[in-house]
Ligand binder design. Structure first.
Ligand code: AHG
Ligand code: MN
Ligand code: MN
Length: 342
């Protein structure tokens, strides 16, 4: 029988097959992790179904609520939050969950079995863009519990990013993508809506060592530390040798801005400023999972002084500045922020 040569896309490498084959290389893997990612991919499709028709089914606009970090809660924030929780609460492999949209830990309902993993998630990232039909996403982070048994506790959740077992994000954009890493490379899957499967489209993503795009909200320029101002001014100077000036790209959806940075190279910055010394982004729900993925792709992620993944979290919703992207770009930003460059 003639077996034709197949391209990656034709290999029909589904997300599920990729996870199971990846698990085989982990001797102590028991299939629980693939069950978790399967649940998350289902939740992502359910959220996508609403996001892709938000304007038609009155899913745009805001609720009357403000969340624990002071953001107005959009209707889709709430829908995505509930959808992910309900898709995951019964899989039997979690001892606790935590969401950007909920002040306290989310326990597993008594009627369901619990397990050894912990799930944290930003159910909808970039939600201020929903009403303008601009790319949004979901972000997730998975740890192994550290307490012996019973309901998961803050001790199980407040672990430094290096301890993540896996992390990923979903992009709701012109196509829908699911990107994840278990520490061995970062892999991208694109939804084929005709079969409802995520197919491998970006195998083992490698971020360029240096890029030529910077991504930051320059509206905050006057509140930045002078070293941060000097860094962005430096990127704008004309110097062919060092590939400057960089281009500026900022869509105001962290997942979209970081995904472009992961594929094209460069740097995304959300620095602290005089109004918000720790910046706006949440360590546990945004910075840790994205740092895990970008480092797995050969990049770097810093709070301006040191590795995001080495920060020992103290509270569930703490913020941290974020400089993430090409290794050389992040290192240069750190040098400017330390006053070592002018
Ligand atoms: P979220 O919608 O989960 O609150 O995240 C919004 C974040 C992030 O997506 C984006 O990069 C950033 O907020 C934009 O903030 P500014 O509007 O201050 O630039
Ligand atoms: Mn977010
Ligand atoms: Mn969010």
């Amino acid at each position: 029988m003639h077996i034709p040569q197949t391209s990656p896309a034709q290999k029909f490498m589904t997300l599920e097959r990729h996870i199971i084959e990846g698990e085989r290389s982990h001797p102590d893997a028991t299939g629980e992790f693939s069950a978790l990612l399967h649940g998350l991919s289902l939740a992502a499709k359910l959220v996508w179904r609403e996001v892709s028709k938000a304007g038609l089914v009155n899913m745009q606009g805001s609720t009357k609520r403000v969340n624990v970090t002071g953001d107005v809660v959009k209707k889709l924030d709430e829908f995505a939050d509930e959808t992910i929780y309900k898709a995951m609460d019964h899989v039997g492999h979690l001892c606790v969950m935590a969401s950007e949209e909920n002040e306290d830990l989310l326990q597993i309902p008594k009627q369901y079995p619990s397990g050894k993993y912990v799930l944290l998630y930003d159910p909808l990232d970039g939600s201020s863009n929903i009403d303008a039909n601009i790319t949004v996403g979901s972000i997730f982070s998975i740890f192994q519990r550290v307490t012996e048994s019973g309901n998961g506790t803050l001790e199980d959740v407040l672990q430094c990013g290096l301890k993540q077992i896996g992390a990923g994000y979903v992009l709701y954009s012109s196509s829908m993508m699911f990107i994840y890493s278990t520490g061995q490379g970062a892999h991208g899957f694109t939804l084929d809506p005709t079969v409802g499967e995520f197919l491998l489209s970006h195998e083992n993503i490698r971020i360029p060592k240096q890029g030529s795009i910077y991504s930051v909200n320059e509206g905050n320029f006057n509140r930045w530390d002078p070293n941060m101002q000097r860094y962005v001014q430096y990127l704008k100077e004309d110097d062919k040798e060092t590939g400057r000036p960089y281009s500026s790209r900022y869509i105001g959806s962290l997942v979209g801005d970081v995904h472009r940075t992961l594929l094209y190279g460069g740097i995304y910055c959300y620095p602290g400023d005089t109004k918000n010394p720790d910046g706006k982004l949440r360590l546990m729900y945004e910075n840790n999972p994205l740092a895990f993925i970008v480092e797995a792709a050969g990049g770097a992620a810093s709070n301006g002084k040191g590795r995001i993944l080495e920060i020992q979290p103290e509270t569930l919703h703490q913020r941290s500045p974020l400089f993430i992207g090409s290794a050389d770009d992040v290192r240069l930003a750190e040098e400017f922020l330390a006053g070592k460059r002018t």
